[in-house]
Design a protein around this ligand. Sequence first.
Ligand SMILES: Nc1ncnc2c1ncn2[C@@H]1O[C@H](COP(=O)(O)OP(=O)(O)OP(=O)(O)O)[C@@H](O)[C@H]1O
Ligand SMILES: [Mg+2]
Length: 342
Amino acid sequence: MPSSVMSTSMQGDGPPSPTVAPAVSAIGLRKSYGDKLVLGGIDLHVPAGSVFALLGPNGAGKTTAVKVLSTLVTADAGDLHVGGHDLATDPQAARAVIGVTGQFSAIDGLITGEENMLLMADLHHLSKEEGKRAAAELLARFGLVEAAKKPASTYSGGMKRRLDLAMTLVGSPRIIFLDEPTTGLDPRSRHTMWGIIRDLVTDGVTVFLTTQYLEEADELADRIAVLNDGTIAAEGTAEELKRMIPGGHVRLRFTDPAAYRSAAGALREITRDDEALSLSIPSDGSQRELRAVLDQLDAAGIEADELTVHTPDLDNVFFALTDSPTATAGADAPDQPEENAR
Ligand SMILES: Nc1ncnc2c1ncn2[C@@H]1O[C@H](COP(=O)(O)OP(=O)(O)OP(=O)(O)O)[C@@H](O)[C@H]1O
Ligand SMILES: [Mg+2]
């Protein structure tokens, strides 16, 4: 399946413009650990001011990609530029324009949130005064003023994640890498974090994030790449990715078994669920196709008790493109009950 949907270049109406240098550009990025090939020559392009999400199953190489692009680990090969700086010849210049929030917290739990912030300010060579000002401003922005004087080890997971990001923003990086910024957060904290990320983008910051939450990529990202087996299995907007896989359908539910049976006999190309008294008709969910389905129902004199339109969501895309043991079930079973109805 991946080869049939592979997209190698930016196309269509996406944000990239040939005149604006991408914030992050990787061509042929390769990285192995020992004899384990993790990234097999991948291409990534992130336009300045956009949000890019790297998805992939555990162990796919997301963190490795972040570490290479944020200069924490050296690539084996590849033409890599961050903020216009060549990572091979000028990693120092790249380092000056980026911030990184790792998958695992960089917070020192023994000192307070404020002290963690001031430590970061020191690392960025801010003067004492500038450091204090930056720390106060960021702690306020992230709702951590009250907690600022308490040891960071006493913070909740959500507070730690906010402090992590606040620390990343000391030094006002133009490009930030967020490795699973919301893993383990409750829905409210996740939404708070999304709001913070959106605000950063409004300010012109470029965000390169990895996530396990497909909903997160759907919400935040201008473009999404799915990493699998050391290659980019697909790349595009959330909508483009969803269109790559089949599974859209209209579902009709009946309460009257006789009405169900006559509908099942009258309609073509349906999938039956005799137990649930429901019928599925393939459809891309567009107005045109929906009208065709309704016309078909009218012509056959069928009145269903419930009609729902189902489009593939990013979970379906993820299952279709990544080869975990559960992959085939998701790819081949568009009638899964969890699908989003709208
Ligand atoms: N320092 C290292 N030494 C050896 N192997 C490593 C090292 N770091 C990562 N790997 C291996 O590289 C592969 C990719 O790891 P990576 O952490 O990049 O995956 P990931 O996509 O971030 O996974 P997760 O979703 O679990 O965070 C894994 O097989 C991992 O075991
Ligand atoms: Mg990781």
